[in-house]
Every structure is written in C-alpha cells, then in structure tokens.
Design a protein. Sequence first.
Length: 53
Amino acid sequence: MAVQSYSKHWPCLLPQESLDALGIAWRMNRPTSLSVARREAVAALNRYVGPKT
C-alpha cells in the first residue's frame, strides 16, 4: 500500500506519527510516497482502516 501526497499544503492522509503510534512499520520509498508493505503491518493497517478494495 502506498500513500502519496504531492502538495506541501495538504498533509498526508496517514501521517507517519499516526503509523508509529499504531506500531505499523512503514518507509518513505520516494519523497512523496509512504509505503506499508510488510504482511503484518498491512494486516494491522487493515484492522484500523479496512482492507484496500
């Protein structure tokens, strides 16, 4: 799962601090793209926001 934000004026939908607080592993794979890719991290994220459709 990747979250992208191209505007400096609009915050990312899932800020890094929120993912850290939930214990979800993430990384910045590009300056504008946040990635949650580990199986257990994706499962944890799905518990909070629901699965990607």
